[in-house]
Design a protein around this ligand. Structure first.
Ligand SMILES: Cc1ncc(COP(=O)(O)O)c(C=O)c1O
Length: 340
């Protein structure tokens, strides 16, 4: 069935598709779960997800290849990260097999909504794990709901692979050093709304956070990790911190930079005062893909990277990553999973 969507005009917006997956955890076990219709949940008003933020989520994409097949990019890592987030919030982990079966079912059932190859658009999957049921005290829920819903999306930042301006919002912290920063949990995003609003109102694509202890080192961007390329073009650096989300895109770029481009690829502390050492910088994530950073504003000083265009290394990494995701470039073993 052909669906009536202008694939080239898609942004990162909600859309309800015909099917989603839902499973329930009760009496110590997950049920088998299955596809359901409708995106409205009926939850007990005492659900800990609603009051105390006992909720975790994921984000991954399904890509249409030139041959017309559909593939997922490293979904096993999303399953693993959801298990890590669940463990942080004392929620029962969704087994990897169940996560993968669910993701494939949702993609297959909504296959008409996986955008055509060549549009750059993809089907975004949002797995969501919630503590539900009648509770009032601050304690883990006894029952849980796991769902995956989906929607076709285009670029996350306006214009896609366009150099974007960011601002360091060091009057806000995203997450505490020993808090939940490394988990993909709802509370981190509630805590990021003010900084995001501040950045947008001042004309920036998003905020960059500094480490919550000293406010010296770069952490990450609102919903993407940070990377930079040194002036000699030989090193790919990305922050090391216990309070940033371990991005699957970043982990993939570290491997590609090292194994395919022979760069020195390293996680290390990156002082905000060291921007002059870098020729290129970018924000990376499932939604952001690779967004080149045009400039970073820090305490009224604007640091411009390069000449405002897309850096050579950033472009090569983007082409390699998206080439793998859309099936045009051979993937390292196990990185892509065909649906169907
Ligand atoms: C705070 C944050 N950092 C980084 C990322 C990028 O992670 P990934 O590459 O796994 O999508 C995301 C998006 O998921 C995010 O929300």
């Amino acid at each position: 069935m052909a669906v009536d969507i202008d694939w080239n005009a898609l942004g990162f917006n909600y859309m309800e598709l015909p099917y989603r997956y839902e499973a329930h955890f009760k009496d110590g076990a997950w049920d088998e779960g299955g596809l359901v219709q409708g995106n409205t949940l009926q939850l007990n008003v005492g659900s800990p997800a609603l009051h105390y933020g006992q909720s975790a989520f994921e984000g991954l994409k399904a890509y249409r290849t030139k041959k017309g097949t559909i593939q997922l990019f490293r979904p096993d890592l999303n399953a693993q990260r959801l298990q890590d987030s669940a463990s942080k919030l004392l929620m029962p982990p969704v087994p990897t097999d169940q996560f993968l079966v669910a993701a494939k079912q949702v993609v297959a059932a909504n296959a008409d909504y996986v955008p055509p190859y060549g549009t750059g658009a993809t089907l975004y999957l949002r797995p969501l794990l919630l503590g539900v049921g009648p509770n009032i005290g601050v304690a883990p829920a006894k029952e849980y709901l796991f769902t995956i819903f989906a929607m076709p999306v285009g670029a996350y930042y306006k214009g896609g692979m366009v150099p974007t301006k960011f601002i360091v919002a060091d009057h806000f912290d995203r997450a505490a050093h020993y808090g939940t920063g490394q988990s993909k949990v709802g509370g981190n995003y509630a805590a990021s709304l003010q900084a995001g609003k501040y950045a947008h109102e001042h004309g920036y694509g998003d905020a960059i956070y500094l480490d919550p202890i000293e406010h010296k080192y770069i952490e990450e961007v609102g919903s993407a990790n940070f990377f930079a390329i040194t002036k000699d073009g030989k090193r790919f650096l990305t922050p090391q911190s216990p309070s940033i989300l371990p991005s699957i895109t970043r982990c993939s770029l570290l491997a590609l930079a090292r194994d395919r481009f022979g760069l020195d690829a390293e996680e290390t502390q990156i002082p905000i005062t060291s921007l002059a050492d870098f020729a290129e910088a970018g924000a990376c994530g499932t939604a952001a893909v690779i967004t080149p950073i045009d400039s970073i504003t820090y305490h009224d000083q604007v640091h411009q990277f390069g000449d405002g265009g897309i850096g050579t290394v950033t472009q090569r990494l983007y082409d390699e990553l998206t080439g793998i995701q859309f099936g045009d470039v051979p993937a390292p073993a196990g990185w892509t999973v065909t649906v169907g």
